[in-house]
Write a protein that binds this ligand. Structure first.
Ligand code: SGN
Ligand code: CA
Length: 533
């Protein structure tokens, strides 16, 4: 009997050894050293939060984003997510470096990203991640920190785009840019042996100007009623006088051929009143079959419009409304292909058992005006272009259905990615890891710094500002004006309160907060008025 008990005890301890049932066995080792999470960063260009259903904005019922919404449902939507400088190259440079524009050296489009500087991609690659970027890049210097890259030169094209190769050559690919970017991303994922963690940046050109849809999506929104923004006919009163000098209005600056897709040789003798400066570069890139699809859609609709216009039936505000509808149908159609791309990537992760250990993020380089203030384009610190989407899924770490309200900014992405990968960010970054916000929440910042440095395009002046959860202060150095908004009572930012006696102490408080942030980030002095032509 005694011998039997000893034998059973030995057998049991043997099982423990073999199957690792106790704390220091095989399972425990796996728990201590699991495969680090993969990161899939899906990033588009100029996708406003108002055109993502999960954000719940005025276009929530028409935004074609079921797959981005799927990330949101299974993870978190950051409702107060902002950029540091609302323009393409600068936003991308901030994401890579974790720093404001003045510190990473990429202050305006046309600058060259210094590839020698620290980036999160280099750090992940060094620590053993497989890394790749495909699609829009727009930083002038070639990508560094990536095992594989294939990017669009400059802005890239929608139809039959050219991709820059790692060996310096260029390759033209037939088809639609969003689909091709997705295919390249999935091919790369498929080529990995998956024993190493990976980080993929899948970066779309769409829905950037000239808002050119996949041909299969032409007409998707023809029968859809697209609500008109409350501020479509903004008169720019009660704010900085620089607003009235803008060159981004649907009314006065939306090109007929380039933007509205009414080509010159469709017009006959009809004279249209708005600018027509840039021709039809995307149409010119198409092959005969693609043009036939394009013409079959736009041709009859343009014909009908031109005859109504000529008969005086569409004019004044109705003409602006017509252009707004044409703009939104095209814009939302390009979003539809981006969303399909998100769906394809999510399906790939599911089909390959990768979803559980992959962080998926959807974001875009800045917001965009979808007719608010009468505009298209971005740049201003007003809400629609200051906001950028940030939707994240990380099973087991981000509670499904979270709607986070903290003030996050693109300076935070690099330190977040490092913490996800189990690395420590260097202490000279401007941003903070958002990982603590994914679970119980934590102390977080109370204000954000903004700086816009461009000098010409769309005539938006340089400006600088601070935003808290409720107020926004903007300084326009070229006209030495301050604008102050109370977002709770004036969410559309139609009236600056800087001169209101009731807001005197708020103005003082925000000026000092802006100053504090500028000192903290070692921002350069404000430009002098004469610097802006
Ligand atoms: C291009 C666009 C502008 C746009 C800038 C910046 N013109 O110059 O309308 O504001 O890009 O956009 S276009 O004729 O090329 O379409 S950004 O996203 O690259 O910053
Ligand atoms: Ca952009």
């Amino acid at each position: 009997m005694y011998r039997t008990i000893i034998c059973l005890a030995l057998l049991f301890s043997c099982c423990i050894e073999i199957f690792g049932i106790v704390g220091n066995g095989v399972f425990a080792q796996e728990r201590e050293n699991p495969q680090r999470p993969n990161i899939v960063f899906i990033f588009s260009d100029d996708h406003a939060v108002n055109a993502i259903s999960a954000y719940g904005g005025p276009l929530k019922d028409v935004a074609p984003t079921p797959n981005i919404d799927r990330i949101a449902r299974q993870g978190a939507v950051f409702l107060n997510s902002f950029c540091a400088n609302s323009i393409c190259g600068p936003s991308r440079a901030t994401i890579l470096s974790g720093k404001h524009s003045h510190a990473n050296g990429f202050m305006r489009n046309g600058n060259k990203f210094d590839p020698g500087q620290w980036t999160f991609a280099k750090e992940l690659q060094k620590s053993g991640y497989s890394t790749a970027v495909v699609g829009k890049w727009h930083l002038s210097s070639n990508p560094v920190g990536f095992d594989y890259w294939e990017v669009l030169p400059g802005q890239g094209n929608y139809y039959n785009p050219v991709f820059l190769q790692m060996d310096g050559s260029k390759k033209k690919v037939n088809g639609y840019v969003t689909d091709i970017t997705t295919e390249k991303a999935i091919e790369w994922l498929d080529s990995l042996d998956k024993t190493k963690p990976f980080m993929l940046m899948c970066q779309h050109k769409a829905p950037h100007r000239t808002f050119s849809p996949a041909l299969r999506h032409l007409g998707t929104f023809d029968e859809v009623k697209i609500p008109e923004p409350e501020t479509l006919f903004d008169d720019y009163a009660n704010r900085s006088r620089t607003l009235a000098g803008n060159e981004m209005e649907i009314d006065r600056h939306f090109d007929w051929a380039y933007d509205a897709k009414v080509r010159k040789n469709e017009r006959g003798d009809v004279k249209l009143p708005a600018p027509d400066r840039y021709g039809t570069p995307e149409y010119n890139r198409m092959n005969a079959n693609q043009r036939a699809d394009w013409d079959a859609y736009y041709g009859p609709r343009n014909k009908e419009f031109l005859s109504e216009f000529e008969a005086g039936q569409i004019k004044g505000k109705d003409l602006v409304r017509w252009k707004y509808r044409r703009y939104m149908r095209n814009y939302l159609s390009t979003v539809k292909a981006v969303d399909e791309s998100v769906g394809r990537v999510l399906d790939y992760l599911d089909a390959n058992n990768l979803s559980d250990n992959t962080v998926v993020i959807y974001s875009s380089d800045q917001g965009f005006y979808l007719g608010e203030h009468g505009w298209y384009d971005k740049r201003w610190m007003f809400e629609e272009s200051f906001r950028m989407p940030f939707v994240i899924r990380w099973p087991g770490h981000v509670q499904p259905g979270t709607r986070a309200k903290q003030l996050i900014q693109n300076i935070d992405y690099a330190p977040t990615f490092l913490e996800i990968a189990g690395l420590s960010p260097p202490n000279n970054l401007h941003g903070k890891s958002m990982v603590p916000l994914f679970s119980e929440g934590s102390e977080w910042r109370k204000s954000l710094y903004y700086a816009y440095y461009e000098l010409g395009e769309h005539a938006v002046p340089q400006h600088f500002g601070v935003r808290t959860d409720r107020h926004k202060l903007i300084y326009f150095p070229m006209s030495t004006e301050w604008n102050l908004f109370d977002l709770e009572i004036d969410p559309n930012e139609m009236r600056s309160l800087h001169a209101e006696p009731d807001y005197e102490s708020k103005l003082k408080e925000l000026k000092s907060e802006l100053n504090r942030l500028r000192v903290k980030f070692e921002a350069p002095p404000y430009p002098r008025p004469k610097a802006n032509p």
